[in-house]
Design a protein around this ligand. Structure first.
Ligand code: GAL
Length: 385
């Protein structure tokens, strides 16, 4: 993997930008979910048209992401068309077909279900429309041009390092720890690498018996959470607590794949966990409610994956592709960015091709460094519309 370090843009300037106040996109057109939200650039006088298909408008991060992308393309005089599929596979397929019909020059897609877009993307390919996978790798399609994301395995690794270091089984050899796993959506290609990263080193202690999983639900499939949904995570966890912890068994940690699942677990603990020890909870995304949980000591950490950076890479990559270039590692060399990106041209096979990928580095956030990280990365305040 070729590693390139790039520096300079001041990210702090994006801090505290409120989406509602500053967005050039017009998200007030129609209601979220079933409609295509058209940006403010007139397609007749635009440099081009870009279609953006996001999985959900109910999860904070995708609204932020869509907005970041729209801002960049709008500034460059591109007309934008944004659709939120709200976790409906068919709707996303229809969204993509509508965007193709609309005559977009490029498609930026974050899939609801990584393996269900083959046919829709064949249409894009036939129409000569390049497809960039945003954040989630789309499987089973050779119509994909590029993949831009954060390194998901590292996300899981950071989560597990926090759990390992805070429980510290190595220095407490006589202590047994009870841990549970709450993984992401099995339809999302990001979920398994996060889980694998989180499970890796802990597996040593699990095998030795020093870390126990009282529910026994320790495989990815057993602990997965459809749609990364807070309520599904909550009800599964209420069950786990009722069945395995109501006898007074102490729960030490819950390795939650992201913040929406962590929120469900925290709600279940609030109502159904009777022991009074602190329970270590992991997360990912830096959602507002979870930042609050971290401040209150209910959640131990989250991971920032600054959306502005991911959007910036996607935006510049899309422009390069639309210019007829075939970006590779060299694409990164003249960039004036204040964050690291790696080009990888061999790891991400989607079953149809190896997808050239640009990967950014996730950032650990705890109560101790939150202020600094907030000012550095400017996780924006987002209205969950
Ligand atoms: C994943 C993504 C996470 C989280 C989750 C739920 O694909 O990697 O950051 O946002 O979706 O939205």
């Amino acid at each position: 993997m070729k590693k390139i370090k790039i520096c300079s843009l001041i990210l702090a300037s994006v801090m505290a930008i409120s989406m509602a106040a500053c967005s050039p996109s017009d998200f007030s057109i129609g209601t979220r979910g079933s409609e295509i939200h058209v940006g403010t650039v007139d397609p007749a006088n635009a440099n081009g048209k870009v279609g953006i298909s996001m999985p959900s408008s109910t999860q904070e991060r995708w609204v932020r992401d869509a907005d970041n992308l729209v801002n960049s393309f709008t500034d460059a005089n591109y007309a934008t068309y944004v659709a939120f599929a709200d976790y409906k596979i068919d709707r996303q397929i229809q969204d993509i077909k509508k965007l193709i019909k609309e005559g977009v020059d490029a498609l930026i897609i974050s899939a609801v279900d990584s393996s269900s877009l083959t046919e829709a993307l064949d249409e894009a390919k036939q129409a000569g429309i390049p497809v960039i996978c945003y954040d989630r790798l789309i499987m089973k399609s050779d119509a994909i041009s590029y993949y831009v994301s954060y390194d998901n395995y590292t996300v899981g690794k950071i989560q597990r390092i926090i759990v390992r270091d805070q429980l510290d089984p190595a220095h407490n050899p006589d202590k047994i720890f009870n841990v549970e796993f709450v993984a992401g959506d099995s339809a999302d290609s990001n979920a398994r690498p996060v889980y694998n990263g989180a499970y890796a080193i802990l597996s040593h202690y699990i095998e030795s018996g020093q870390i126990r999983i009282p529910s026994g639900q320790n495989t990815f499939g057993e602990s997965a959470t459809p749609q990364w949904d807070t309520n599904i995570a909550k009800s599964r966890f209420k069950n786990v607590l009722g069945t395995y912890y109501s006898d007074g068994t102490t729960l030490d940690a819950v390795v939650c794949a992201n913040d929406t699942t962590a929120a469900g677990v925290i709600q279940a603990l609030d109502s159904d966990y009777k022991q009074d020890n602190p329970v270590l909870i992991t997360g990912q995304d830096g959602d507002e409610i979870n930042l609050q949980y971290i401040n209150e000591g209910k959640q131990s950490m989250t991971i920032f994956k600054p959306g502005e950076n991911e959007a910036q890479v996607t935006f510049e990559l899309t422009l390069a592709v639309l210019d007829g270039e075939t970006p590779n590692a060299v694409f990164l060399e003249d960039k004036d960015w204040d964050f690291e990106v790696e080009f990888d041209n061999y790891t991400f096979s989607n079953g149809s091709k190896v997808v050239p990928s640009y990967l950014l580095s996730p950032v650990l956030v705890t109560k101790d460094n939150m202020e600094e990280m907030l000012s550095k990365y400017g996780q924006t305040e987002t209205e969950n519309k």
